[in-house]
Design a protein around this ligand. Structure first.
Ligand code: 5GP
Length: 349
C-alpha cells in the first residue's frame, strides 16, 4: 500500500465534478444551508455513500444534474472544488494530473460557461505557478485541463467548448474530450468540431465503447475517423475496431473500479479488459474517472491491478511510465520523479 502511494503517478482521466470528495461537498452543503440554500439536498456524507453502493451506468448520469451540480452551482464552489481535487490527487502521490470538465452555466448565480472555465483555469494556473498555494511544497503536482463536450450538446454548443479551449490553450488547456451519457446523441454531430480541434493541434480524447447499446460499429468508426490521441474505457469493441486501435497504438485510459462498480463490465476486477489490453502495445493509463463517487483513489487502482493481474513493483513503475508516455502536457517532472523513485527502490533491493 505504501509503495503504490509513494509511486509517482499520472492521472489522465478524471472528471472534475465527479472527483470532489464527500468531505468537500459536505463542507459546501453545510455553508449553503446556513445561508438558506440547498435545503432540500441530502447531506453528501450520506448521499454519496448510498450512491456509491447502488450506482449503475443508468443511474449514474442524472446524479450530476440532480445532486452534485446543485452544490457546484457558483464560481466560488467550483474554485473550491478544483482546489480540493488537486490537493486530494497530490496527497495520493499523483505528480501529473489532467482534469477534464464540461463548461456549465447556472442562471441564478450568474455563472456562465466562459466564467466557469476561466474559474477552473485560474485555480490551475495559480497552482502551477506557485504550487504551495494549493498544496504543501512536497505535494508538487503539475495540472492540465481538458474541456469536455457532452454528447447531448448541439453542434453550436460543442463549437463553443472548442472555442473556449482555443482561447486558453496558451494556459493549461491541452485538449478536448467527448463524454456524457452514451445513450444520448449522435457522435456524427461532432465530427466538424473534432476535425477542427485536430487541425488546430489540440489533443483529442474520447469516451469510447462504454455500453453495448451505443457502441455500434458505425459510432466507433466515426470516432476513430477523428484520429483521437487517446480513448477512454474501450469496453464493447469489435475485432475490427481493436485491430485499428492496436495498429495505431492509441493510448488507453482504463478505469477498473469505476467500470466494475457501475456494472459497465461483467464480473470482477480480475475479468476487466485491462488484462487483454495489457498484452498489446497500446500504452495504458490506469485512471479513476470519478473518485468522489467510486471512492477508489489512483493508488488503490494500482494496488488492485497488482492484486488481480499479478503485477510486481517493476510492472507498476512501468505502468506509471506508460501513462506518462501518453500525457498531453509536459510530463517531464513526473518522469524525473519516476526515475528517482526507481533508483531508490532498486537500491533498497
Ligand atoms: P464535469 O464535466 O461536470 O466536471 O464532470 C462530470 C461529467 O462528466 C458528467 O456530467 C458526465 O457528463 C461526465 N462523466 C463522468 N463520468 C463519466 C463516465 O464514466 N462516462 C461518461 N461518458 N461521462 C462521464
Amino acid at each position: 500500500e505504501a509503495f503504490v502511494k509513494a509511486l509517482p503517478k499520472a492521472e489522465l482521466h478524471a472528471h472534475l465534478s465527479g472527483s470532489v470528495s464527500m468531505k468537500t461537498l459536505h463542507g459546501m452543503w453545510s455553508r449553503k444551508r446556513a445561508s438558506g440554500r440547498c435545503l432540500k439536498l441530502l447531506d453528501p456524507l450520506q448521499a454519496m455513500l448510498s450512491i456509491a453502493e447502488s450506482v449503475d451506468i443508468i443511474s449514474f448520469f442524472p446524479l450530476f444534474d440532480q445532486y452534485i451540480y446543485q452544490l457546484l452551482d457558483d464560481i466560488e464552489s467550483v474554485q473550491e472544488a478544483t482546489r480540493s481535487v488537486i490537493r486530494d490527487f497530490a496527497t495520493d502521490g499523483v505528480k501529473y494530473l489532467e482534469l477534464r470538465t464540461t463548461p456549465r452555466e447556472h442562471a441564478q448565480t450568474g455563472m456562465t460557461k466562459a466564467s466557469y472555465v476561466h474559474a477552473v483555469h485560474e485555480v490551475i494556473q495559480t497552482h502551477n505557478n506557485s504550487y504551495d498555494v494549493v498544496c504543501e511544497q512536497s505535494h508538487d503536482i503539475k495540472v492540465y485541463l481538458i474541456l469536455s463536450i457532452d454528447r447531448k450538446m448541439t453542434l453550436e454548443q460543442a463549437n463553443e467548448v472548442l472555442d473556449l479551449a482555443m482561447t486558453l490553450r496558451t494556459g493549461c488547456v491541452v485538449g478536448i474530450d467527448l463524454s456524457g451519457n452514451p445513450a444520448r446523441g449522435d457522435v456524427e454531430t461532432f465530427t466538424p468540431v473534432f476535425r477542427r480541434a485536430k487541425t488546430e493541434g489540440l489533443h483529442i480524447t474520447v469516451h469510447f465503447a462504454e455500453v453495448l447499446a451505443s457502441a455500434t460499429q458505425r459510432e466507433l468508426e466515426v470516432i476513430l475517423s477523428w484520429e483521437p490521441d487517446r480513448l477512454g474505457h474501450v469496453i464493447c469493441t469489435s475485432e475490427d475496431v481493436e485491430r485499428t486501435i492496436k495498429e495505431r497504438r492509441t493510448g488507453l485510459e482504463l478505469c477498473l473500479s469505476c467500470n466494475v462498480l457501475a456494472k459497465m463490465t461483467e464480473g470482477s476486477i480480475a475479468d476487466h479488459h485491462f488484462r487483454k489490453w495489457r498484452m498489446t502495445s497500446c500504452p495504458i493509463a490506469l485512471s479513476t474517472d470519478d473518485v468522489g463517487i467510486f471512492q477508489s483513489p489512483l493508488s488503490n487502482e494500482y494496488l488492485l491491478a497488482a492484486q488481480h493481474f499479478e503485477l510486481g513493483p517493476q510492472d507498476l513503475v512501468a505502468l506509471s511510465k506508460s501513462a506518462a508516455s501518453i500525457a498531453f502536457g509536459d510530463s517531464q517532472s513526473l518522469r524525473a520523479s519516476l526515475k528517482t523513485f526507481e533508483t531508490y527502490f532498486q537500491a533498497q533491493g
